[in-house]
Design a binder for this molecule. Structure first.
Ligand SMILES: [Fe+2]
Length: 538
């Protein structure tokens, strides 16, 4: 089904639809559902109208009482499935590997902790000659190995080193659980508080538990969202809290495909907040500072790293790519949350950055500094266009335009060959405003920014959908011409998983092939597609 969307005024029109509180819960929980969090809280998933404060007691102090639902479901199963059962017909030209990663509890987690602190569990679907094999392995990061030796959790609280076991003072806290990217014949698994962990892309064996790009990485951290330039193939990335825990300095840098660092600089942020993603265009780098801010007092009480401080503004910070960072401009804006970038480009007069955006804290498990209760309406995200007019030497504000008001969701993706340049199509796991939900995203949408229209696949009842990745038909295929794939969780089958494969130009027709797994698979935050011709030869 294709649907046209009216173009909104170039103002913040985030409340222009007329949704209900009931309709919002699933949209806000999209990312959490993808992690298996919703699976672990079925009451919440099956009763979307329930106030979140009843089912998520972590919303005030980051210190839920003992006995609260576990922060992440314990999966732990590393497995291999060869010749997966397939319904439908796999495209003959689909050749490569779809990688995915998410947090998994290595041992039962501290009940006060949050789902984002499980160890990185990587899985892959390998497509070859019309067959699919599945494999999952933990990233053997430093803390995984230390905990395995101790047979228990040694890092009990998300990004709070003061709670760590004394035996692990010199062990990296990096979980490698957030995102994954293929780089120079290595599979890099990221957690933004530490350097990546490198894995063998064919076996998922960990080959480097502290990867520093041949000692070129100055920052003590590395983002989970590096960008690969569509033109040069360079990787542009950053590390925030880059000088160490709580630091307001951000290291920004760029590597060539040959692995040589060609740009390296440092900037300072207006305040230390979760700098989860960033935007890169051909000419600019953009950071969006939002009020999920570091909370030292909370950490002294044994809580997690962040709390939502609704008194803080946002800052759209832009700087010239390749510059020394001194000219960075921080343009102040209203309190908002934006966690992920869909795409970004320069249009000659403006910097345009498309994001998922909510009015406030999108995570029900992230505490509020002032004790505010989490609200699924204000916490739901829509695809939103941010822009800054470069005709003003020092812009006083940035523009906020909601693009598709009727779709709520997080984890947007594009055809990755269009990172940093003008693009037309975007994909989003989401729910339609007003539709019943099982607690997570039940639709995949394909948005056409040129016509402001959408195509939507709606999953059958009882299914939630994870972030989807795009695989081009071939190297020279037009934008978004190829396949979209994402994991479906069948809630009525104990969370059993299927991988759905779509013709990305005909999402509304439903999957052309379904890779059936015999079991539930580990939850996912992000995934990455690698075409077969780029993989190492064995
Ligand atoms: Fe992310």
């Amino acid at each position: 089904m294709t649907q046209k969307h009216p173009s909104n005024d170039p103002v913040d029109s985030g409340t222009s639809a007329t949704p209900t509180r009931r309709s919002f819960v699933g949209g806000a929980l999209g990312a959490a559902a993808a992690l298996g969090m919703v699976e672990s809280t079925p009451t919440q998933a099956q009763a979307p109208g329930a106030p979140l404060s009843e089912t998520n007691p972590r919303d005030t102090a980051g210190m839920p009482p003992p006995g609260a639902p576990p922060p992440a479901s314990l999966f732990r199963l590393e497995c291999d499935v060869t010749d997966c059962e397939i319904e439908g017909k796999l495209p003959a030209d689909l050749h490569g590997i779809f990688y995915r990663v998410g947090p998994d509890a290595q041992y039962p987690m501290n009940p006060h902790n949050i789902p984002f602190d499980g160890e990185g569990h990587v899985s892959m679907f390998r497509f070859e000659n019309g067959r699919v094999s599945f494999r999952s392995r933990f990233a053997r990061n430093q803390r995984y190995k230390a905990q395995a030796a101790a047979h228990k959790i040694l890092f009990p609280m998300y990004r709070n080193p003061s709670t760590d076991d004394p035996s692990v003072q010199n062990v990296s806290r990096g979980t490698a659980n957030t995102h994954i990217l293929y780089w120079r014949e290595k599979l890099l698994a990221f957690k933004e508080d530490s350097p990546p962990v490198a894995l063998n892309p064919l076996t998922l064996e960990t080959v480097d538990d502290y990867y520093t790009f041949d000692n070129q990485l100055e920052s003590k951290t590395f983002t989970a969202h590096p960008k690969v330039d569509a033109v040069t193939g360079n990787m542009i990335a950053f590390g925030y809290e880059g000088r160490g825990f709580g630091s307001d300095e951000v290291n920004v840098f760029e590597y060539t495909p040959e692995g040589k660092r060609v740009w390296n600089t440092w900037i300072k942020v207006p305040y230390v907040g979760m700098l989860h993603d960033f935007a890169v265009t051909q000419k600019h780098v953009v950071f969006y500072v939002m009020p999920l801010a570091i909370d030292h007092e909370q950490m002294k009480r044994g809580g997690i790293h962040w709390s939502w401080d609704g008194t803080k503004p946002t800052y759209f910070g832009f700087m010239r790519r390749g510059g020394d960072g001194k000219e960075i401009q921080w343009v102040k804006g209203p309190t908002r949350s934006s966690t992920h970038v869909m795409g970004a480009f320069d249009d000659g007069h403006k910097i345009v950055v498309d994001v998922e955006m909510s009015e406030f804290n999108p995570f029900p498990f992230m505490p509020f500094r002032d004790g505010t209760k989490w609200d699924p309406i204000r916490g739901s995200s829509r695809i939103t266009r941010l822009s800054v007019d470069l005709s003003h030497k020092t812009p006083k504000d940035y523009q906020i335009e909601t693009l598709y008001a009727n779709y709520l969701g997080a984890l947007p993706r594009i055809d990755d060959r269009y990172l940093t340049v003008p693009y037309r199509f975007g994909f989003l796991p989401c729910q339609e405003v007003g539709s019943p939900t099982f607690g997570g995203s039940n639709c995949y949408a394909r948005f056409d920014h040129q016509t402001r229209s959408s195509q939507v696949y709606k999953a059958p009842p009882g299914t939630t959908l994870a972030e989807a990745c795009f695989a081009p038909k071939n190297k020279g295929a037009p934008e978004a011409s190829g396949y979209l794939m994402g994991v479906a969780t069948r809630m009525k089958e104990g969370g059993r998983s299927d991988l759905l494969v779509f013709d990305a130009e005909r999402l509304g027709d439903g999957p052309i092939a379904t890779v059936r797994l015999p079991t539930r698979v580990v939850g996912q935050i992000h995934g990455w597609w690698v075409p077969g011709e780029q993989l190492p030869r064995v």
